[in-house]
Every structure is written in C-alpha cells, then in structure tokens.
Design a protein around this ligand. Structure first.
Ligand SMILES: *Cc1c(COP(=O)(O)O)cnc(C)c1O
Length: 489
C-alpha cells in the first residue's frame, strides 16, 4: 500500500511514498500529512474468521491486509510487546459497565495510558527501519504527560534512535513526571522547561523546522523525526483495537456478528477516532463514532456547526489534560478522505492564515453521517466518575467524558464501545477528589486514598516510581533547549 498527501503534491515531494518513508519522513507537501491511498476491505468473512483470534493474531492479519513494506519478522517482534501488557492473552479487556455501555480498556501497557497501544509496536518498527537503512534518527517529542513516558519506554535502548523529550516543569502529574525523569538509558534525554505545554510544543516546532539545527544534526549523521500522533506508523496500530473490541462484544454475546455499534472516543488530536473511522471504512459495522471532548470543545463545534474557529479561543486547563487541545491534527485526514486534497488544502491554509474555516452544508452533512459530538465539563465528569464508582467501576477523567456522549449523542439503542484511555493511577488527584472530596493532594497521597476507598492495590510499576532515583535532572529555560540537545548528542 502507498501513501499520498492530504494537501496535494507540490512537485518537490514524490507523488506517492511507501509506508516506511511515510513514517520516517512524515512531512508532506504544503505542510500536509500522508494518508493511505486506499484502505483494505475486510468484510464480514474476515470478522467471522477472527471471532476466536487473540489480539496479536488479529493485529498480524489486519496489518497484512494493509500490505506495508515491513518485514514480517519485525512486525512479529513489534506485536510481541503486547505480551508485556497485564494479560498477554487479552491485552485490551472490554468490560460491561451499564445498560448498553461497554468500556474498552486501552491502558494495560507499561505506562498505563493508551499511548502504549501504538507507541510500543511503533518503536520496534521505527528502530528496525533505521537499522536496515543504516541511518540514525533523533525523535523529538513534547508532551503534556502521556506521550513522553510512552515514547521513552518504547525507544529505551533501541539501536539507531535517540529521543529528546520536552515537558513543562510543573505542568504534568507527579506520576507522569516520575515516569519520565526516572528513565535511565544512554539514548534518552528528558528536559523540563520553565513554561507551559505550549512553550514546550513551540520549542519543538521551532527545532523541527530549523535548517540550522538540521545542519548540525547532519554533521553528526543524524536525521530528525517525530513520534507525534500524526505519524501514520501510530495510526495503523490504532485501527486494530476497534476491530478487537467489536469482536469482543460478539464473543461476550452482547451483539451478533454484523450488528452495528457506536464507538465512543475521548478525543484530543483525533488519532483514536481516526483509527475508528478507518476501521469503519474497512467494513466494521459501526453506526456512528461519538466524539467526546472536554471544555476545549472545538471538535463539538466542528461536528455540530461545521465551523472550526480558533479566532477567540485559548486552551483551558481541565481535569482531562490529554484532551486540552484546540488544533486537532488528525481531523485533516478525515477532511482529505471526504473532500479530497484540493479542498483540504484550501481549508487548512485558511486555518493557518485566518484561524478558522467553515464547511459547506453538504460537507457538514457528510461529516455528520459518521460523527456525533458533545463535550463534558469537569463538574459533569466528576459526577460520572462518582456514578460509575457507585456501580463498581473505577475510571479516569478522560474516560468519563465518553459517558456524556453516551447519554446525549445516541439516536438508537445500540451497544456502545467507550474507550478508556488512562488508568486511575495517572490522574489520581482528580479521582480522589471525586471519591473522597479531598483537594490539592499529591499523587502519592491520592493513590493511597483511592487504593483504600476502592480496595484496589497500587500497581507495582507506579508505586516503585516514588522510590526510583531521578536520572534526568535537566530543567532549563526554553532558550537553552537546542544547546542542551546538542550536548546530549
Ligand atoms: C492522548 C490521549 C487522549 C487523546 O487521544 P487522541 O488520539 O489524541 O484523540 C485521550 N486520553 C488520554 C489519557 C490520552 O493520553
């Protein structure tokens, strides 16, 4: 399968690229993204044949349908990482919570957030490609909390790849910070910034586009790449769990094969939702995809009114910080798929230059045949956490936003798969506040009080973070980031 560009071709890039080029060099013409030229058609026979398949077998066969230029041995090595999830037999448990609502838990990997689902195998694939081409890559990443730990974990001690990870000092939870600063490997550098996530992200964007910086890397024989969620090497692994979750509902007797379901996705950069969209286009029986946001509700506005308007908006801090995003990058791939490259380029250009775009009526209708959207305030999210807990289910504040869309966006009484993107351990102060009323607790105290209240033990990998030595001490001003990275290299 080949990949084409969402904003068309500018004559200086190849017209189509292979999967490996799309993931190693993800920058396409006019600032666009690479998208698959066509999608495989799975059909009911494929689903039927995989009713009893384990997660890895399903993943291997879905990836085979994409016909990507990665050796089978590398794919198998990548998928073997799902064996390190809590239950190797079932790395993604799907749990009935109430009525028609089932929660697909995507957080049972090493860093306890759903970023592991894609970044774990992606790390193996990218490192293998770099070795095969005899090239060295620097992966630059800026994180508000979940991507950083997952990227460090997957690239730790891998050949031909180094990682520099920027995080806002004081802007992540204690657990997230400790997951990063206790990572000790010679190919990893973690840098705290005096500033907020936007400062870290802007510094990253500046370096990614700086030819002077690239020049200095070239002298060291290093190319620059990125592991953010627009990289198709992550998206491809995010189609699989949607198919798995559907089959799991069939296995549990909740639906029969062919019956439609809703997918209910807590969304930020839209990678998770895009994976669901592709699965639907590949033949998964999906009625609609429900897009849950927090008070940064730009996606709700887009899907309900057709307007993407950043003119008077700024990011609001919420209790679901991984969704505190206004520029949702993967929406571009949906526009491209529905409207084509020419229109996508016009819309994205307008967004870059004028900070807004407005879809035509027929374009909006097309979007609304696939998606419905609503947003959940922190107060509402707290109520959903409390209600679910009263019913015996402990969940995090990102997952809680899906309970709002479950209530407000369904038009038919169909079974619904909501995605849980983080374990309770990653956002414990918010959950402790909902369950016991305590405020301003540090993670370690919140973890302990939830543990007592819910009669659940703190996972060892989280508990041990508080005793591990700090290996990454750098906390610097943003002016010094480039020098710090060059010194590390
Ligand atoms: C990254 C993240 C999200 C948002 O996912 P997207 O694919 O960017 O839409 C939601 N919840 C958590 C906990 C995350 O880490």
């Amino acid at each position: 399968m080949n990949f084409i560009e969402t904003r068309g071709n500018d004559g200086t890039h190849p017209k189509t690229v292979t999967f490996s080029t799309a993931i190693l060099h993800p920058m396409a013409s006019y600032g666009g993204l690479y998208s698959p030229q066509e999608l495989p058609e799975l059909g009911e026979d494929f689903l039927k044949a995989h009713l009893d398949a384990g997660y890895k077998e399903l993943a291997r066969d879905v990836l085979a349908e994409f016909k990507i230029d990665i050796d089978q041995a590398v794919i198998d090595e990548a998928l073997a990482l799902y064996d390190q999830f809590d239950d190797p037999e079932n790395p993604v448990p799907v749990v009935k919570v109430k009525d028609d609502l089932y929660v697909s838990e995507l957080y049972h990997g090493p860093t306890r957030a759903f970023k592991d689902m894609a970044l774990q195998p992606f790390g193996v694939v990218l490192s293998a490609l770099a070795q095969k081409r005899n090239e060295n890559f620097l992966i630059l990443t800026a994180t508000s909390g979940d991507t950083g730990p997952a990227a460090l974990e997957t690239f730790k001690n891998r050949d031909n790849v180094k990682v520099a990870c920027l995080y806002p000092d004081g802007g992540t939870s204690d657990v997230q910070r400790l997951q990063m600063v206790t990572e000790d490997a010679p190919n990893l550098k973690v840098i705290g910034i005096h500033g907020d996530f936007d400062d870290a992200q802007n510094a990253l964007k500046f370096l990614l586009s700086s030819s002077a910086f690239k020049e200095k890397l070239n002298e060291k024989n290093i190319s620059l790449s990125a592991a953010n969620s627009v990289n198709f090497g992550r998206i491809i692994f995010q189609t699989i769990y949607h198919i798995h979750s559907y089959l799991e509902l069939v296995r549990q007797g909740a639906i029969s094969l062919g019956e439609k379901v809703y997918l209910d996705v807590p969304s930020g950069n839209f990678g998770n939702a895009l994976g669901g969209y592709y699965a639907m286009k590949m033949g998964l029986p999906v009625e609609k995809i429900l897009i849950a946001s927090n008070e940064n509700n730009i996606l709700t506005e887009l899907i309900n009114t057709g307007q993407y308007d950043l003119r008077d908006s700024s990011v609001t801090s919420t209790t679901s910080p991984a969704m505190d995003i206004l520029k949702s990058s993967n929406v571009e791939r949906i526009l491209f798929d529905m409207l084509g490259a020419e229109r996508t380029r016009a819309l994205m250009q307008q967004l870059d230059e004028e900070k807004y775009y407005i879809l035509k009526d027929n374009e909006l209708k097309q979007l609304q045949t696939i998606f419905s959207a609503d947003f959940c305030t922190d107060e509402e999210g707290k109520k959903y956490i409390q209600e679910a807990f009263a019913n015996g289910y402990l969940m995090d504040p990102h997952t809680a936003t899906c309970f709002k869309t479950y209530e407000t966006c369904r038009e038919k009484p169909l079974k619904t798969i909501a995605y849980s993107t983080a374990e309770w351990t990653k956002f414990s102060p918010t959950i402790a506040n909902a369950l016991t009323g305590e405020v301003d607790t540090h993670d370690i105290d919140a973890l302990k009080s939830i543990s007592v209240k819910a009669n659940i033990s703190i996972p060892e990998m989280i508990h041990s973070l508080f005793e591990k030595p700090v290996a990454q001490e750098s906390v610097i001003d943003k002016e010094n980031i480039e020098a710090e990275i060059l010194a590390f290299l």
